[in-house]
Write a protein that binds this ligand. Structure first.
Ligand code: ATP
Ligand code: MG
Length: 233
């Protein structure tokens, strides 16, 4: 079974009386453990596509299945449970809560899900080790560098051990050295936990950390590329 299946996806936006067709007849599949990079010019609909995959926006037409479940057929409640537990989101500008500590930012999905925090103590320690920020656990985001903040955001996305991570330009705001560190972290997560990763990126180099590249242009898939030699750790 495909982890994500997209069939004839269309997305129009209306601005005033005009309607623009951003995505037209997009179809593709993503398998478990794939690390897919979505690329294309600014405004071609990459973020729109990613948000639709994550159930954060609705398509105008077409079907999205996640682990065989048609997103459109789930109730709002089922969808929000799936978003929280099966998918982790990472954004360009980290989206951390400024006055919460690193720890609390990471545990936020658990707090919001009203889960017992105690059970997650060990998990939190493990995650802090993975992102190498154990020594900053009591600090707040403004005391961290951009790369460190993004690592916290990735940790927050990992807390429920999601099967899928969706990342929108996760290194778009970082210098190239820090960006490389973040890409290596994604790759490690992909290999170690077999997490399926879908990232949007403008960087050719970062795209090659994955095993598949989807190139969009003018609302259609220009080309799907299988990466033969992806960047190793
Ligand atoms: N909520 C909205 N209402 C109207 N138009 C929108 C909306 N969201 C996106 N658009 C339009 O859809 C098009 C695609 O936007 P999108 O953000 O998906 O592009 P992108 O490929 O992610 O671009 P970038 O690389 O600059 O982030 C743009 O023309 C944008 O103006
Ligand atoms: Mg975008």
């Amino acid at each position: 079974m495909n982890t994500i299946e997209v069939i004839n996806l269309k997305k129009d936006f209306s601005i005033g009386k005009e309607s623009i067709s951003v995505l037209k007849e997009i179809s593709f599949n993503i398998q478990k453990e794939d690390f897919v990079s979505i690329m294309g010019p600014s405004g071609c609909g990459k973020s729109t596509l990613l948000y639709i995959l994550g159930g954060l926006d609705k398509p105008t037409d077409g079907v999205i299945k996640v682990n065989g479940k048609d997103l459109n057929k789930l109730s709002e409640k089922q969808k929000s449970i799936m978003k929280r537990r099966e998918m982790g989101f990472v954004f360009q500008f980290y989206n951390l809560v400024p006055n919460l500590s690193v720890e609390d930012n990471i545990l936020l999905p658990i707090i919001l899900d009203k889960k017992g925090l105690k059970k997650y103590k060990k998990k939190l320690d493990d995650i802090l080790d993975i992102i190498e920020l154990n020594n900053k656990r009591k600090n707040t985001p403004r005391e961290l560098s951009g790369g460190q903040q993004q690592r916290v955001a990735i940790a927050r996305a990992l807390v429920f051990e999601p099967e899928i991570i969706l990342a929108d330009e996760p290194i778009g705001n970082l210098d190239s050295k820090t960006g490389t560190e973040i890409m290596k972290l994604f790759k490690e997560i992909n290999k170690e936990f077999k997490t399926t990763i879908v990232q949007v990126t403008h960087s050719e180099e970062s795209a090659y950390y994955g095993n598949k590249i989807i190139r969009l242009k003018d609302g259609v898939i220009l080309r799907e590329e299988v990466v033969k030699e992806s960047i190793r750790l």
